[in-house]
Design a protein around this ligand. Structure first.
Ligand SMILES: [Zn+2]
Ligand SMILES: [Zn+2]
Length: 387
Protein backbone atom coordinates (compact mmCIF):
# COMPACT_ATOMS: atom_id res chain seq x y z
CA UNK A 1 0.00 0.00 0.00
CA UNK A 2 1.41 3.37 -1.00
CA UNK A 3 2.20 5.97 1.66
CA UNK A 4 0.24 9.28 1.62
CA UNK A 5 1.86 12.66 2.21
CA UNK A 6 0.71 16.06 3.50
CA UNK A 7 0.10 18.25 0.41
CA UNK A 8 1.29 21.34 2.28
CA UNK A 9 4.56 20.29 3.91
CA UNK A 10 5.17 16.84 2.34
CA UNK A 11 5.53 14.89 5.58
CA UNK A 12 4.45 11.27 5.36
CA UNK A 13 1.24 10.12 7.01
CA UNK A 14 3.13 7.61 9.15
CA UNK A 15 5.19 10.47 10.57
CA UNK A 16 2.73 13.39 10.75
CA UNK A 17 -0.68 11.74 10.38
CA UNK A 18 -3.34 10.69 10.40
CA UNK A 19 -3.96 13.10 7.53
CA UNK A 20 -7.08 15.25 7.77
CA UNK A 21 -8.44 16.60 4.45
CA UNK A 22 -5.02 15.80 2.94
CA UNK A 23 -3.09 17.67 5.65
CA UNK A 24 -0.84 16.45 8.40
CA UNK A 25 -1.84 17.15 12.02
CA UNK A 26 0.23 20.34 12.28
CA UNK A 27 -0.79 21.73 8.89
CA UNK A 28 -4.46 20.94 9.54
CA UNK A 29 -4.37 23.06 12.71
CA UNK A 30 -2.47 25.85 10.93
CA UNK A 31 -4.85 25.88 7.98
CA UNK A 32 -7.93 25.81 10.18
CA UNK A 33 -7.37 28.35 12.95
CA UNK A 34 -10.24 28.80 15.43
CA UNK A 35 -9.31 32.14 17.01
CA UNK A 36 -10.06 34.68 14.29
CA UNK A 37 -10.46 37.76 16.49
CA UNK A 38 -8.84 41.00 15.32
CA UNK A 39 -6.03 42.85 17.12
CA UNK A 40 -8.17 45.76 18.27
CA UNK A 41 -11.63 46.28 19.68
CA UNK A 42 -13.31 49.62 20.22
CA UNK A 43 -16.06 50.04 22.76
CA UNK A 44 -17.68 52.83 24.80
CA UNK A 45 -19.36 53.60 28.07
CA UNK A 46 -21.68 56.43 29.08
CA UNK A 47 -19.75 59.07 30.99
CA UNK A 48 -22.94 60.12 32.76
CA UNK A 49 -24.39 56.83 33.98
CA UNK A 50 -21.74 54.17 33.29
CA UNK A 51 -24.01 52.13 31.03
CA UNK A 52 -22.69 50.32 27.96
CA UNK A 53 -24.02 48.30 25.05
CA UNK A 54 -24.56 44.59 25.50
CA UNK A 55 -25.47 43.05 22.16
CA UNK A 56 -26.59 46.50 21.03
CA UNK A 57 -28.75 47.28 24.04
CA UNK A 58 -27.70 49.82 26.66
CA UNK A 59 -27.50 48.24 30.09
CA UNK A 60 -26.52 49.50 33.53
CA UNK A 61 -23.16 48.26 34.81
CA UNK A 62 -22.74 45.84 37.69
CA UNK A 63 -20.15 48.10 39.27
CA UNK A 64 -19.94 51.90 39.35
CA UNK A 65 -16.40 51.88 40.71
CA UNK A 66 -14.51 53.33 37.73
CA UNK A 67 -11.72 50.78 37.48
CA UNK A 68 -14.08 47.80 37.81
CA UNK A 69 -16.48 49.48 35.41
CA UNK A 70 -13.82 49.89 32.71
CA UNK A 71 -12.84 46.22 32.97
CA UNK A 72 -16.49 45.17 32.93
CA UNK A 73 -17.09 47.12 29.71
CA UNK A 74 -13.86 45.92 28.09
CA UNK A 75 -14.48 42.26 28.94
CA UNK A 76 -18.01 42.44 27.63
CA UNK A 77 -16.73 43.82 24.32
CA UNK A 78 -13.95 41.20 24.18
CA UNK A 79 -16.37 38.32 24.80
CA UNK A 80 -18.88 39.54 22.23
CA UNK A 81 -16.09 39.91 19.67
CA UNK A 82 -14.71 36.47 20.53
CA UNK A 83 -18.09 34.85 20.13
CA UNK A 84 -18.60 36.53 16.76
CA UNK A 85 -15.18 35.65 15.39
CA UNK A 86 -14.81 31.97 16.25
CA UNK A 87 -14.36 29.65 13.26
CA UNK A 88 -17.60 28.13 11.90
CA UNK A 89 -16.44 24.79 13.19
CA UNK A 90 -16.97 25.90 16.80
CA UNK A 91 -20.52 25.29 17.91
CA UNK A 92 -20.15 25.94 21.62
CA UNK A 93 -17.60 27.45 23.95
CA UNK A 94 -16.95 28.03 27.61
CA UNK A 95 -14.89 30.70 29.37
CA UNK A 96 -12.35 29.33 31.84
CA UNK A 97 -9.55 30.78 33.91
CA UNK A 98 -6.07 30.45 32.35
CA UNK A 99 -5.21 27.75 34.92
CA UNK A 100 -8.35 25.75 34.18
CA UNK A 101 -7.70 26.01 30.48
CA UNK A 102 -4.14 24.77 30.94
CA UNK A 103 -5.51 21.50 32.36
CA UNK A 104 -7.78 20.74 29.39
CA UNK A 105 -6.32 18.08 27.06
CA UNK A 106 -9.39 16.72 25.29
CA UNK A 107 -12.65 18.16 23.99
CA UNK A 108 -15.53 16.88 21.85
CA UNK A 109 -15.66 18.00 18.21
CA UNK A 110 -17.10 21.51 17.83
CA UNK A 111 -16.32 22.60 21.37
CA UNK A 112 -13.88 25.32 22.48
CA UNK A 113 -12.67 26.60 25.80
CA UNK A 114 -11.34 30.12 26.10
CA UNK A 115 -9.50 32.14 28.71
CA UNK A 116 -8.40 35.72 28.82
CA UNK A 117 -6.42 37.91 31.19
CA UNK A 118 -5.23 41.49 31.08
CA UNK A 119 -1.48 41.66 30.56
CA UNK A 120 -1.17 45.43 30.25
CA UNK A 121 -3.49 48.37 30.85
CA UNK A 122 -3.65 52.15 30.93
CA UNK A 123 -6.89 53.29 32.50
CA UNK A 124 -5.96 56.65 34.08
CA UNK A 125 -7.65 58.52 31.26
CA UNK A 126 -9.87 57.87 28.27
CA UNK A 127 -9.64 56.06 25.98
CA UNK A 128 -8.76 53.39 28.53
CA UNK A 129 -6.55 50.72 26.97
CA UNK A 130 -6.46 47.12 28.11
CA UNK A 131 -4.34 44.45 26.44
CA UNK A 132 -5.67 40.93 26.89
CA UNK A 133 -3.92 37.66 26.36
CA UNK A 134 -6.57 35.40 24.86
CA UNK A 135 -6.10 31.64 24.61
CA UNK A 136 -8.35 29.04 23.04
CA UNK A 137 -8.31 25.28 22.97
CA UNK A 138 -10.69 23.46 20.63
CA UNK A 139 -11.35 20.35 18.59
CA UNK A 140 -12.73 20.69 15.10
CA UNK A 141 -12.10 17.17 13.76
CA UNK A 142 -12.35 13.72 15.30
CA UNK A 143 -8.99 12.63 13.82
CA UNK A 144 -7.10 15.39 15.64
CA UNK A 145 -4.38 13.98 17.90
CA UNK A 146 -3.91 17.33 19.63
CA UNK A 147 -6.34 20.14 20.29
CA UNK A 148 -6.06 23.50 18.60
CA UNK A 149 -4.21 25.70 21.09
CA UNK A 150 -4.05 29.31 19.96
CA UNK A 151 -3.15 32.54 21.72
CA UNK A 152 -3.44 36.14 20.72
CA UNK A 153 -3.02 39.61 22.21
CA UNK A 154 -6.08 41.80 21.75
CA UNK A 155 -6.17 45.49 22.65
CA UNK A 156 -9.50 46.89 23.84
CA UNK A 157 -10.07 50.67 23.71
CA UNK A 158 -12.81 51.96 26.02
CA UNK A 159 -14.01 55.42 25.03
CA UNK A 160 -16.50 57.79 26.64
CA UNK A 161 -19.84 58.74 25.16
CA UNK A 162 -23.29 59.81 26.35
CA UNK A 163 -25.96 57.12 26.07
CA UNK A 164 -29.29 57.96 24.38
CA UNK A 165 -31.10 57.96 27.72
CA UNK A 166 -28.65 60.44 29.26
CA UNK A 167 -28.76 62.60 26.14
CA UNK A 168 -32.48 62.93 26.75
CA UNK A 169 -32.08 63.40 30.50
CA UNK A 170 -29.35 66.03 30.13
CA UNK A 171 -31.41 67.76 27.44
CA UNK A 172 -34.26 68.27 29.91
CA UNK A 173 -36.50 65.67 28.32
CA UNK A 174 -39.59 64.35 30.08
CA UNK A 175 -42.54 62.35 28.83
CA UNK A 176 -45.05 62.65 31.63
CA UNK A 177 -45.91 64.83 34.62
CA UNK A 178 -46.97 63.11 37.79
CA UNK A 179 -49.12 65.44 39.87
CA UNK A 180 -49.77 64.61 43.49
CA UNK A 181 -52.60 66.48 45.17
CA UNK A 182 -54.98 66.08 48.07
CA UNK A 183 -58.71 66.46 47.73
CA UNK A 184 -59.94 69.86 48.86
CA UNK A 185 -56.74 70.97 50.62
CA UNK A 186 -53.04 71.43 49.98
CA UNK A 187 -50.64 68.59 50.77
CA UNK A 188 -49.22 68.84 54.28
CA UNK A 189 -45.48 69.00 54.95
CA UNK A 190 -45.48 65.47 56.38
CA UNK A 191 -47.27 64.19 53.29
CA UNK A 192 -44.81 65.94 51.00
CA UNK A 193 -41.92 64.32 52.87
CA UNK A 194 -43.51 60.87 52.90
CA UNK A 195 -44.47 61.08 49.21
CA UNK A 196 -41.00 62.34 48.24
CA UNK A 197 -39.43 59.36 50.00
CA UNK A 198 -41.87 56.88 48.49
CA UNK A 199 -41.30 58.27 44.98
CA UNK A 200 -37.52 58.05 45.39
CA UNK A 201 -37.68 54.41 46.51
CA UNK A 202 -40.08 53.50 43.73
CA UNK A 203 -37.95 55.22 41.06
CA UNK A 204 -34.88 53.28 42.19
CA UNK A 205 -36.86 50.08 41.78
CA UNK A 206 -38.31 51.06 38.38
CA UNK A 207 -34.95 52.24 37.00
CA UNK A 208 -33.59 48.73 37.35
CA UNK A 209 -35.91 47.72 34.51
CA UNK A 210 -36.95 50.96 32.81
CA UNK A 211 -33.92 53.15 32.15
CA UNK A 212 -36.21 55.99 31.07
CA UNK A 213 -38.05 55.93 34.40
CA UNK A 214 -35.99 58.84 35.78
CA UNK A 215 -37.25 62.00 37.51
CA UNK A 216 -36.21 64.97 35.41
CA UNK A 217 -37.39 67.55 37.93
CA UNK A 218 -39.53 67.96 41.04
CA UNK A 219 -41.62 71.09 41.43
CA UNK A 220 -43.05 72.09 44.81
CA UNK A 221 -46.39 73.78 44.31
CA UNK A 222 -48.65 75.35 46.88
CA UNK A 223 -51.28 72.67 46.35
CA UNK A 224 -48.96 69.70 45.91
CA UNK A 225 -46.02 68.15 44.08
CA UNK A 226 -45.22 67.80 40.37
CA UNK A 227 -42.71 65.18 39.22
CA UNK A 228 -41.40 65.44 35.65
CA UNK A 229 -40.83 61.86 34.57
CA UNK A 230 -38.84 60.28 31.77
CA UNK A 231 -41.50 57.68 31.04
CA UNK A 232 -45.27 57.53 31.29
CA UNK A 233 -45.23 53.98 32.60
CA UNK A 234 -42.94 55.06 35.42
CA UNK A 235 -45.34 57.91 36.30
CA UNK A 236 -48.25 55.43 36.33
CA UNK A 237 -46.44 52.93 38.53
CA UNK A 238 -45.54 55.63 41.05
CA UNK A 239 -49.11 56.99 41.05
CA UNK A 240 -50.29 53.46 41.84
CA UNK A 241 -47.80 53.14 44.70
CA UNK A 242 -48.97 56.47 46.16
CA UNK A 243 -52.60 55.38 45.86
CA UNK A 244 -51.84 52.09 47.61
CA UNK A 245 -50.18 53.90 50.49
CA UNK A 246 -52.45 56.94 50.89
CA UNK A 247 -55.69 56.04 49.12
CA UNK A 248 -57.28 58.31 46.55
CA UNK A 249 -57.94 58.33 42.83
CA UNK A 250 -55.80 58.38 39.69
CA UNK A 251 -56.67 60.15 36.48
CA UNK A 252 -54.84 60.87 33.23
CA UNK A 253 -54.93 63.74 30.78
CA UNK A 254 -53.10 64.29 27.48
CA UNK A 255 -51.84 67.53 26.13
CA UNK A 256 -50.66 68.14 22.59
CA UNK A 257 -47.20 69.63 22.92
CA UNK A 258 -46.07 69.76 19.31
CA UNK A 259 -45.06 67.85 16.26
CA UNK A 260 -42.19 65.42 15.84
CA UNK A 261 -40.25 66.92 12.92
CA UNK A 262 -38.84 63.57 11.83
CA UNK A 263 -42.02 61.49 11.88
CA UNK A 264 -44.45 64.45 11.53
CA UNK A 265 -46.57 62.84 14.18
CA UNK A 266 -48.27 64.74 16.98
CA UNK A 267 -46.46 64.54 20.30
CA UNK A 268 -48.56 64.30 23.44
CA UNK A 269 -47.56 64.71 27.01
CA UNK A 270 -49.34 62.68 29.66
CA UNK A 271 -50.33 64.09 33.01
CA UNK A 272 -50.94 61.42 35.59
CA UNK A 273 -52.72 62.86 38.62
CA UNK A 274 -53.10 61.13 41.91
CA UNK A 275 -55.45 62.80 44.34
CA UNK A 276 -55.15 61.52 47.87
CA UNK A 277 -58.17 61.73 50.21
CA UNK A 278 -58.76 64.87 52.17
CA UNK A 279 -58.93 62.89 55.44
CA UNK A 280 -55.93 62.64 57.71
CA UNK A 281 -55.28 60.84 60.96
CA UNK A 282 -56.80 62.92 63.77
CA UNK A 283 -59.53 64.52 61.65
CA UNK A 284 -62.99 64.70 63.20
CA UNK A 285 -65.62 63.43 60.77
CA UNK A 286 -69.29 62.55 60.78
CA UNK A 287 -71.47 60.29 58.64
CA UNK A 288 -74.98 60.70 57.21
CA UNK A 289 -76.53 59.44 60.48
CA UNK A 290 -74.71 62.11 62.48
CA UNK A 291 -72.23 59.73 64.19
CA UNK A 292 -69.01 61.52 65.09
CA UNK A 293 -65.64 59.83 64.65
CA UNK A 294 -61.98 60.53 64.89
CA UNK A 295 -59.95 59.28 61.90
CA UNK A 296 -57.44 56.71 63.15
CA UNK A 297 -55.92 55.52 59.89
CA UNK A 298 -56.14 56.29 56.18
CA UNK A 299 -54.75 54.01 53.48
CA UNK A 300 -55.41 52.60 50.03
CA UNK A 301 -58.13 50.30 51.31
CA UNK A 302 -60.18 52.75 53.33
CA UNK A 303 -60.59 54.49 56.66
CA UNK A 304 -60.34 53.31 60.23
CA UNK A 305 -62.61 55.46 62.37
CA UNK A 306 -63.04 55.61 66.11
CA UNK A 307 -66.61 56.26 67.13
CA UNK A 308 -66.39 58.98 69.79
CA UNK A 309 -69.64 57.73 71.37
CA UNK A 310 -68.13 54.40 72.48
CA UNK A 311 -64.44 54.67 71.45
CA UNK A 312 -64.77 51.59 69.25
CA UNK A 313 -62.97 51.27 65.95
CA UNK A 314 -64.74 50.67 62.65
CA UNK A 315 -63.13 50.04 59.31
CA UNK A 316 -64.83 51.44 56.22
CA UNK A 317 -63.65 50.72 52.69
CA UNK A 318 -63.67 53.75 50.42
CA UNK A 319 -66.93 52.76 48.74
CA UNK A 320 -68.72 52.46 52.06
CA UNK A 321 -67.18 55.71 53.29
CA UNK A 322 -68.63 57.49 50.26
CA UNK A 323 -72.01 55.81 50.65
CA UNK A 324 -72.14 56.77 54.33
CA UNK A 325 -71.20 60.34 53.34
CA UNK A 326 -68.25 60.45 55.71
CA UNK A 327 -66.94 63.99 55.71
CA UNK A 328 -65.05 66.36 57.94
CA UNK A 329 -67.28 68.22 60.33
CA UNK A 330 -66.98 71.59 61.99
CA UNK A 331 -66.12 71.19 65.64
CA UNK A 332 -64.57 72.84 68.66
CA UNK A 333 -61.88 71.34 70.82
CA UNK A 334 -61.39 71.85 74.52
CA UNK A 335 -60.09 70.18 77.65
CA UNK A 336 -62.14 69.26 80.67
CA UNK A 337 -61.63 67.63 84.06
CA UNK A 338 -63.99 65.00 85.46
CA UNK A 339 -65.32 66.43 88.74
CA UNK A 340 -67.84 63.72 89.60
CA UNK A 341 -69.06 60.39 88.32
CA UNK A 342 -72.53 58.98 89.04
CA UNK A 343 -73.99 55.73 87.65
CA UNK A 344 -75.71 57.66 84.84
CA UNK A 345 -73.77 60.91 84.42
CA UNK A 346 -70.38 62.54 84.43
CA UNK A 347 -69.77 66.10 85.49
CA UNK A 348 -66.92 67.95 83.85
CA UNK A 349 -65.25 71.30 84.24
CA UNK A 350 -63.94 73.12 81.20
CA UNK A 351 -60.25 73.86 81.74
CA UNK A 352 -60.46 77.07 79.70
CA UNK A 353 -63.37 78.92 81.23
CA UNK A 354 -64.05 76.74 84.34
CA UNK A 355 -67.69 76.23 83.37
CA UNK A 356 -69.16 72.89 84.36
CA UNK A 357 -71.41 70.64 82.35
CA UNK A 358 -72.93 67.13 82.54
CA UNK A 359 -72.74 64.32 80.00
CA UNK A 360 -74.20 60.81 79.89
CA UNK A 361 -71.68 58.41 81.36
CA UNK A 362 -69.70 56.91 78.48
CA UNK A 363 -69.36 53.12 78.02
CA UNK A 364 -65.69 53.24 79.09
CA UNK A 365 -63.98 53.77 82.44
CA UNK A 366 -63.97 57.38 83.64
CA UNK A 367 -62.61 58.53 87.01
CA UNK A 368 -62.74 61.76 88.96
CA UNK A 369 -59.76 64.05 88.50
CA UNK A 370 -58.92 62.85 84.96
CA UNK A 371 -58.52 65.44 82.24
CA UNK A 372 -59.98 64.72 78.81
CA UNK A 373 -59.62 66.29 75.41
CA UNK A 374 -63.19 67.05 74.36
CA UNK A 375 -64.81 67.67 70.99
CA UNK A 376 -68.02 69.62 70.47
CA UNK A 377 -70.03 69.14 67.30
CA UNK A 378 -73.14 71.28 67.21
CA UNK A 379 -74.62 71.02 70.69
CA UNK A 380 -73.12 67.64 71.51
CA UNK A 381 -69.89 66.99 73.35
CA UNK A 382 -67.71 63.89 73.03
CA UNK A 383 -64.76 62.47 74.91
CA UNK A 384 -61.91 62.39 72.43
CA UNK A 385 -59.03 61.06 74.51
CA UNK A 386 -57.58 61.00 77.96
CA UNK A 387 -54.92 63.66 78.32
ZN1 LIG B 1 1.88 19.23 6.82
ZN1 LIG C 1 -26.06 57.27 30.30
Amino acid sequence: MSERFCYRCGISESEGGPLIEGLCQVCYRKENPVLLIGDEINTELCQNCGSYRKRGIWVDPKSYELEELIFEVAENALLEELEDSFSDKIREYEVLTPDELEEIDDLPVGRAVVSFEPVDFHIEHFPAIIVYEVRVKARTHELQRELHDESKRVTVYVRQTVCPRCQKFLGGYFEAILQVRAEGRPLSDEERKAIGKLVEEKVDEIMRKDRMGFIQDTIEKEEGLDFYMGSTSSARKIAQAIKERFGGTISEAYELVGMDRQTSREVYRTSVSVRIPKFRKGDIVSDRKGNVYEVEKVDGKGLTLRNLENWENEHLDWKTARREQVDTVEHEESEAMVTSVTPGEVQLMDMGNYETYELNRPPFEVSEGEVYRMVRVGRRRYFRSRK
